[in-house]
Design a protein around this ligand. Structure first.
Ligand code: ADP
Length: 797
């Protein structure tokens, strides 16, 4: 091997693929630049179209595409892609994840790669993390795509079904991951092939790939509806039972009520520590024996733990969760008389999202708000499953290398580290560690005030919205005037972020993931660039570390873009949540300076260790959740395959001819073949969907139950789960068919489906189950195990 080659390989970062071959293609594209400039627009578009035939695999074709794409961007957008951007394009076209720092121009690289993938004959979805970015990027890149001879479209939350269909029919579609997931879920309930919205999956090009593929991967996207309106026993009140509002408690009365409002009142009267305990790490809350007695007394002397009172116990637990674990302005805000969730990872209001029904109602009750309608889960899918459907995947992000192992493990994706266009000169100062959060907060204000005195723009990152507010208050008391970013809408936020680099600006924000807006030095128009640069460029101040170093890097990466001057410093405290939660056994009682500064190496080690433990826990949760979901995914595939045969074919009618032959003949005589075939189709679809939704509910209960049973008994919950879930899954299709045949036999001669009990949901809604503050069941199960292994008990138990 030539020495140069060996040196180049040495310089390559571990975990990252070799970019040498890509750079060679880019160099060739550079040599073609002059030729391409000579083409007029029509000739340029035609030259791109010619590449369609080649499949865009050979280096020469890729180089031709890069040259044409660069020229098109120059003409359509006024930006000539840098060589490193073209390296990014090639990485994306090779089906890998490109790590490109903030401000390097990922939007443009992604748009060119999307066009390249489209030339290969597949539809491309450019998946973003929110509506704002999907629409912004699609509109921004539209002239480029048009010049390349491609159509493009975008989907956002408000898009109507027709608009969605049109957007998905384009060569390139920009959409938030969640909207594509919701469209898929809705399509899976379609009763008419013409109502389908999504085409076959082609290429997924994922923006902020680590956020989507790792952090949010196991988040269920949920479709719920008011599907099942059979009267149930819990709403039918017989005269001799107490009425639901009857809380007048006398000792000889049975359970009075399971209304959330009453339970909220009840738990509000309980005293933390005495009546219930919370466990920081497991994020669980439990009644103490004294608390249980208090609840039992208030509910009329019932035995709370008797099997008959399980619904009451559950309801009390939900109320307790809402009371003790969910904090207003941290986990949710109340706006316009409704509870709006704050997405923990992004610190923003998550539109149209709600917690699982019981919990949502409990929080509404806690805040004394009117209850919003509940429903049942019709289907759900995780982001990982959604992405797994695409035969071709690629992505881009500023922070990929740190999760290269997971991208490989879960998606078979490799990472390519693309060097910056101009060398980075950002100065990252070593961490400053303080004994207490209070010491740290004082120091943070000082650091910001000092930087500001010199006119230096400052971006301060906090762990959550409440911390942002606290910091802002401290800054205002110090005579400063910060702009606080939290829980605003994405577009307004983008405008504020764009100004964060202005001379003298102070911006306070929670986590930066999903805030895909560039921070230019000197403000959005760069007016004050020189002054801001002279003052040292953007200074990023982190107040405490996040639960992964990647999130720290995302914040840090906002400074020093495109070779600008800039700096970053993190000020952490030994009392930060991250440290007390993940390194509970490590304590430091050595010396501290007067201002609380701790320089001891061991103490610094503890802070770093806590973050590594947190990262390890997150990874185990991901793996564990994936194991559960894998089985459910396989079962869903069976149901969907059957559904497709019924929806698009005559499997429904064939089933009835076979299993209900006599009635089929009678109905055909009365109503005609077509009407009977249509009714058979609807009946089978209805029962497939209903069987599936009930199966999901059953699996959820099963998991909850197994989780409780296996804790402390050394059983493997997954094995226990599979033992029951596998046979239940095997019965699914047979159960659905039996139910459909039975319903068919009850069809009257006019084939009136409502007479056969077919009631489709009159309303459906979607949410991201993400924001369950104590995590998904798997997370709780896993955290419980961690707590057991480390012998940790609740704080006050
Ligand atoms: P990223 O998503 O990588 O942080 P963006 O796609 O938001 O970066 O781009 C950052 C800024 O750089 C945008 O204002 C964009 O217009 C600009 N930009 C991107 N590529 C180029 C280029 N080749 N020449 C000049 N400006 C560019």
């Amino acid at each position: 091997m030539a020495l140069r080659e060996r040196l180049r390989r040495l310089a390559q970062r571990p975990g990252s693929a070799d970019i040498g071959p890509l750079q060679a293609v880019v160099a060739e594209a550079g040599r073609r630049e002059d030729d391409v400039r000579a083409l007029d627009d029509a000739a340029l578009t035609a030259a791109v179209a010619e590449l369609r035939e080649t499949g865009l695999r050979a280096d020469a074709d890729l180089a031709a595409f890069c040259a044409l794409g660069r020229e098109a961007a120059r003409r359509a957008l006024g930006e000539r892609p840098f060589d490193v951007q073209l390296v990014g394009v090639l990485a994306l076209l090779s089906g890998r994840v490109a790590e490109m720092a903030t401000g390097e121009g990922k939007t443009l690289a992604g748009a060119l790669a999307a066009a390249g993938h489209a030339l290969r004959g597949r539809r491309v979805h450019v998946l973003s993390v929110n509506d704002y970015l999907a629409r912004r990027d699609a509109e921004w890149m539209r002239p480029l795509h048009a010049l390349l001879g491609m159509t493009s479209g975008w989907v956002v939350q408000e898009s109507a079904p027709d608009e969605r269909r049109a957007a998905y029919a384009a060569d390139i579609t920009y959409a938030p991951v969640s909207e594509v997931g919701f469209d898929l879920l809705r399509d899976r309930l379609a009763t008419d092939p013409d109502a389908l919205v999504l085409p076959e999956p082609g290429v997924a090009l994922i923006d902020e790939a680590d956020s989507v593929l790792v952090d949010e991967a196991m988040v269920p996207l949920v479709l719920a509806g008011n599907a099942d309106d059979e009267p149930t026993t819990d709403t039918a009140v017989s005269p001799d039972e107490p009425t639901p509002t009857d809380l007048a408690v006398s000792p000889d009365q049975p359970t009075p009520t399971d209304l959330p409002g009453d339970h909220a009142e009840l738990v509000r009267r309980l005293r933390p520590g005495r009546d219930y305990t919370t466990d920081e790490e497991a994020r669980n809350v439990q009644l103490t024996p004294a608390g249980a007695r208090e609840v039992e007394r208030a509910l009329g002397g019932i035995d709370l733990y008797a099997p008959a009172h399980l619904p009451t116990l559950t309801a009390v637990n939900l109320a307790l969760h809402a009371e003790a674990l969910l904090h207003r302005d941290v986990d949710y805000i109340v706006r316009d008389g409704a509870v709006k969730l704050i997405s923990e990872s992004r610190g923003r209001v998550a539109l149209l999202q709600r917690w699982p029904d019981g919990l949502h109602a409990a929080v509404e009750a806690k805040e004394r708000l009117a209850a919003s309608p509940g429903g049942e889960i019709l289907d759900s899918i995780t982001v990982q499953e959604l992405i797994g459907r695409y035969p071709v995947r690629c992505g881009m992000t500023g922070t990929a290398l740190a999760v290269a192992g997971q991208l490989r493990e879960f998606y078979e994706l490799d990472v390519v580290v693309v060097p910056p266009n101009r060398p980075r000169i950002r100065v990252d100062e070593p961490d400053r560690l303080y004994a207490t959060a209070d010491d740290r907060d004082v120091a943070v204000v000082e650091v910001i005030a000092d930087a500001h005195a010199a006119g230096r723009p400052v971006l301060a990152g906090t762990p959550d919205v409440a911390a942002s507010e606290r910091l802002a208050r401290r800054l205002r008391r110090a005579g400063l005037d910060p702009v606080v970013l939290n829980a605003k809408n994405d577009a307004a936020e983008a405008a504020i972020i764009a100004e964060a680099g202005a001379y003298g600006a102070i911006t306070v924000s929670t986590q930066m993931a999903g805030r895909g807006t560039d921070i230019r030095l000197g403000g959005a128009d760069g007016a004050d660039r020189d002054r801001a640069a002279e003052a040292g460029g953007l200074l990023v101040v982190g107040t405490g570390h996040y639960h992964s170093s990647r999130l720290d890097d995302q914040l840090r990466g906002r400074a020093g873009r495109q070779g600008d001057p800039g700096g970053s410093v993190f000020l952490t405290a030994l009392t930060d949540d991250l440290v007390t939660r993940y390194a509970p056994d490590q304590t430091y009682d050595g010396p501290t300076a007067d201002d609380g500064l701790v320089t001891d190496k061991g103490a610094h080690w503890i802070a770093g260790h806590a973050q590594r433990v947190a990262e390890g826990v997150d990874l185990e949760i991901h793996r564990n959740t994936w194991r559960y979901n894998h089985l459910i995914g396989l079962q869903r595939e069976d149901v969907l395959a059957e559904r497709d045969r019924v929806l698009r074919g005559d499997a429904g009618d064939a089933l009835m001819r076979d299993r209900a032959a006599a009635h089929h003949r009678e109905l055909t005589d009365a109503a005609g073949e077509d009407a009977v075939a249509a009714a058979a189709r609807q009946l089978v679809l209805f029962h497939l969907d209903r069987t599936w939704s009930r199966h999901l509910a059953y699996l959820a209960d099963l998991r909850e139950g197994i989780h409780l049973r296996s804790l402390g008994r050394g059983l493997d919950p997954l094995v226990e789960f599979n033992r029951e879930a596998v046979p239940a899954g095997k019965r699914l299709l047979a159960d659905a068919r039996d139910a459909a045949v039975e319903a068919f036999n009850a069809l009257p001669p006019d084939v009136d489906l409502t007479a056969a009990g077919v009631r489709r949901p009159t309303a459906t809604w979607t949410y991201i189950a993400h924001d369950n503050p104590f995590g998904t069941l798997d997370e709780r199960a896993f955290r419980g195990l961690v707590a057991m292994f480390t012998g940790r008990r609740g704080r006050s138990s």
